[in-house]
Design a protein around this ligand. Structure first.
Ligand code: MN
Length: 387
């Protein structure tokens, strides 16, 4: 099978920049939706697409596992960048990657961008969102309807670049001539309901026209987010030949271990040897502690009263602080809603940086809700005054 592609991306009506990226490298297609302050989200999604494009040029994957390997590689690259540049801390991206292989579409997926299949006029979502609300729907705590309008629907539980490892969903779908596949960032699906999306995909024959129409609808509905839409029409083989393979590239990924030779110097004097033993024990203990701490995070408040993500533990041991600042959020202590205060004061322990970021997002969303509610109340009062 082959595909004819329509693609359109737009910043939307609210955001300053477009942090979505996409990839068209037949027979592979992807959407990545970046997140993070300033331009960090843009860096994250662009890095994902670049790393995947490079991987495709050196060796085309043969199945879903190969596709997932590319996503894993992208995760490592983004994670390394985020760690080495403080301005990029906490950045991440979704990635929905699709490869056409004969009668099969392989998909590797992380986050809340989506793949849909339109067949015989009915639209089916292929991917599952990695979001808090989706998890709550699965657990029966929220209806699909409630989830679609939930104020925290955009909080994702999995993304590339926020941890050293990432779990990638791999899917396999049989395809046939006449199928239409949609890859999209949540800028479309959070603004336009599935039945309207289905109507456009069924009614608009030209894939490019369909992609543009969908973006237009997202913007008409408020355009609260960047929106990227790929429409892929499955056609029979025969027309365009696959692109020529690019020359193999050397793998320049970071991660090569420097060769550190332990000192082979022999200790002669017993006293020196005793010191050496103590030193080694202390060193091992320190490394063990550092290892344990490097796998712990918590969210607390800094001395100057700003909500901060720490790596380490909030407790002091023998007067030693066992935490480093991972990221200062810029949320002043006094803005923090009551519900979070006790936890923050003690230090809210979480098991990953991703979870810490999710927790901070929750605080931010809650603050926004409270501010909106206050504004509404204020407006209401003004109305009252006038009458
Ligand atoms: Mn988005």
């Amino acid at each position: 099978m082959n595909v004819v592609v329509g693609v359109h991306t737009d910043v939307g009506r609210v955001r300053q920049g477009n942090e979505d990226s996409y990839l068209l490298q037949a027979p592979v297609y992807a959407v990545a939706d970046g997140m993070g302050g300033h331009t960090a989200g843009d860096v994250a999604s662009a890095t994902a697409v670049d790393v995947i494009a490079d991987g495709l040029r050196s060796a085309a994957p043969s199945d879903g596992a190969g596709l997932a390997e590319l996503v894993t590689r992208a995760n490592e690259a983004i994670w390394e960048k985020a760690r080495s540049d403080p301005a990029l801390r906490g950045m991440g991206t979704t990635c929905t990657l699709l490869m056409i292989d004969g009668e099969i579409a392989h998909i590797a997926h992380v986050g809340d961008s989506r793949a849909y299949l339109l067949r015989d006029g009915s639209l089916r979502q292929l991917t599952e969102d990695h979001t808090l609300v989706e998890r709550m729907v699965r657990e029966g705590r929220l209806s699909a309807e409630e989830a679609a309008n939930h104020p925290q629907r955009s909080i994702i539980t999995r993304a590339l670049g926020v941890d050293a490892r990432v779990q990638v969903d791999v899917l396999r779908e049989e395809i046939r001539e006449g199928d239409r596949i949609l890859l999209t960032s949540d800028g479309l699906t959070s603004m336009v309901d599935p039945s309207s999306i289905s109507d456009v995909l069924s009614g608009q024959e030209d894939p490019q026209g369909a992609a543009e129409r969908l973006v237009e609808m997202a913007n008409a509905a408020g355009g609260e987010d960047n929106v990227t839409v790929l429409v892929l029409d499955v056609v029979a083989d025969g027309a365009p030949a696959p692109p020529p393979a690019a020359p193999a590239r050397t793998d320049t990924r970071p991660g090569a271990q420097p060769n550190v030779e332990p000192s082979r110097r022999r200790w002669v004097r017993p006293l020196v040897r005793a010191f050496a033993v103590v030193a080694v024990v202390a060193l091992v203990a320190t490394f063990a502690a550092r290892w344990a701490l490097s796998n712990s995070w918590y969210v607390g408040t800094s001395e100057d009263g700003v909500v901060t993500i720490y790596q380490g533990i909030p407790e002091e041991i023998a007067g030693w602080t066992l935490a480093d600042v991972e990221r200062t959020t810029g949320i002043p202590e006094e803005d923090v809603p009551e519900a979070f205060r006790d936890d923050l004061e003690e230090g809210k322990k979480v098991s990953s940086l991703e979870e810490a970021e999710t927790y901070v997002s929750n605080i931010e969303e809650r603050i926004e809700e409270i501010q909106n509610a206050t504004e509404r109340r204020t407006d209401g009062r003004r109305e009252g005054d006038r009458s």
